[in-house]
Design a protein around this ligand. Structure first.
Ligand code: AMP
Ligand code: MG
Length: 483
């Protein structure tokens, strides 16, 4: 069956015109084997009714969905590891479609009521769909392993409540790729992600680089009206403030999730504060501020605890672009909101991970500090994810945590301080602990050894069952954390 009656095309980026993107065609792949089909994500935009053959036609051969004008490679620049690069842009992907979220999905996401629901504008963006005018000398392709890793990162982040793109589709494309960071030749794939916008800080940087005040204005109005509609028309400072706020919330949630993005370049940050583009990401095995994900990040610029600084630096670049249309003093004030906003969101994110209610700023801060102090003292003896799993629900979990596999770890001065700070707080919806996930000895994690093992089943035996079962478990975990 084709798209469902709930599907609502709304190709808005395409209206901006030829200065912002280039019409492109996808590569003609020798093979299109459907590997992952995320029907739960598809249902949020009315695409779950597609047959597999239709799915492959749209997400492997990129026949446009109804009401969509056809693929556009987006133009953008970016600072990569703080060096400005005017030669990037969608070099192996494109914007394939835009549509409104189905109202029921918006309702569920916001857990709000029908009157305040706010169906978002969502994009289908590709990775590995072929060369574009921005490919430079590269092949425009994605490795199958890269696609698998990206699907895993997005699923884990989603399960932990971090605003993230969702991987809608992964189709294997039957080519042999050469990569220096994978045993080669290696298998190829094309991925489709469902994102709340692909407008990057770097999209603004390109317009500023060419001194195009008119383009900055048009882009800002476009992004403001679609993604930050509470900000009044023409208010560039208010727009920056909204991006600062959303980015601070995102960064705090990465930290609480133990996530290291790996490549926090300005072309990888979205004006909606939704995270995307997962390349060399890692989850923290245990608390280690200097933990770095990308092997090519030798100086640890994007290490775990430096992510707030990296995001802030990127926001200053966005502010610099907006100077063409707003007062520098007011932009600076908006930018300076980052620090206080980040720490506020960090406290909230830790409370949320520990499943307890706020008790006011001072007590919440004590709990944040005590949690980090415990993690720092125990190091390898207490992995990041199990700490939150064991103590989820605060005192409701004391017997479970102390009687569990890590029971003996929970002693000493740092633990006493942690327990004291935690027990001050009331559990938040402790009925969530009745979910069977909490009866298991270990939580769902996504450390590098498991990622490699999931890939190696595919690589060695073309066995997709372990990956699919992991994705299903992450979906269950999402339900357990958020019930
Ligand atoms: P990323 O690190 O994935 O954010 O990519 C940075 C830039 O390099 C973007 O402009 C990508 O489109 C481009 N790029 C990365 N890999 C390829 C590739 N295999 N072919 C063409 N462009 C690529
Ligand atoms: Mg990128």
């Amino acid at each position: 069956m084709p798209v469902s009656p709930a599907y609502r095309p709304e190709p808005r980026f395409f209206e901006l015109g030829a200065d912002y993107g280039d019409a492109v065609k996808s590569a003609d792949f020798p093979q299109t084997t459907l590997r992952l089909r995320n029907d739960r994500a598809a249902a949020t935009v009315g695409l779950e009714t597609l047959s597999d053959a239709e799915w492959i036609a749209h997400f492997g051969r990129f026949e446009p969905l109804p009401g969509q004008p056809g693929p556009v490679a987006m133009r953008y620049h970016g600072h990569q590891f703080r060096v400005y690069n005017p030669d990037i842009g969608d070099g192996r992907g494109f914007l394939a479609a835009q549509m409104r979220e189905v109202p029921e999905a918006a309702l569920l996401r916001e857990q709000g009521d029908r009157d305040t629901q706010n169906p978002r504008l969502l994009d289908l963006g590709t990775k590995g769909s072929g060369q574009t005018p921005w490919s430079r000398h590269a092949d425009g392709r994605l490795t199958l392993k890269g696609g698998v890793r990206e699907a895993l990162a997005a699923a884990m982040l989603e399960s932990l409540g971090v605003p993230t793109c969702r991987i809608l589709s992964l189709i294997e494309t039957g080519e042999d790729l050469e990569r220096h960071d994978e045993p080669s030749p290696t298998r190829s794939a094309v991925m489709v992600r469902l994102s709340h916008s692909h407008i990057r800080f770097g999209t603004f940087q390109r317009a500023a680089y060419y001194g195009r005040k008119d383009q900055i204005e048009a882009l800002m109005e476009h992004a403001r009206s679609l993604y930050h509609p509470a900000i009044p028309a023409g208010d560039a400072t208010g727009f920056l403030g909204a991006v600062v706020e959303a980015s601070a919330a995102l960064t705090a949630k990465w930290i609480a999730a133990g996530f290291v993005h790996g490549v926090l370049n300005t072309d990888n940050l979205n004006v909606t504060g939704e995270s995307f583009d997962y390349g060399p990401w890692r989850f923290l095995p245990h608390y280690e501020p200097g933990f770095t994900a990308a092997y090519f990040d030798q100086n640890g610029l994007y290490a775990f605890a430096r992510q707030p600084e990296a995001v802030f630096w990127n926001l200053t670049q966005l502010a610099g672009c907006l100077k063409l249309i707003a007062e520098p003093e007011s932009l600076a004030a908006a930018l300076n909101g980052f620090g206080p906003s980040y720490i506020r969101h960090l406290r909230a994110a830790f409370l949320n991970r520990l499943g307890v209610q706020s008790l006011g700023e001072a007590a919440d801060q004590r709990l944040l500090d005590a949690t980090l102090a415990l993690a720092r003292e125990k190091k390898e003896a207490l992995r990041w994810e199990p700490l939150f799993f064991d103590w989820f629900g605060g005192f409701s979990s004391a017997a479970r945590a102390l009687g569990g596999v890590r029971g003996k770890t929970y002693q000493g001065e740092a633990f006493d301080a942690f327990r004291f700070a935690l027990m001050e707080h009331e559990p938040d919806r402790p009925e969530r602990l009745e979910h069977p996930m909490f009866a298991a000895p270990e939580p769902e994690e996504l450390l590098i050894d498991e990622v490699e093992a999931l890939w190696s089943a595919i690589d060695a035996d073309d066995d997709w069952a372990p990956l699919k079962s992991k994705l299903a478990r992450l979906e269950t975990a999402k339900a357990a954390w958020s019930l």
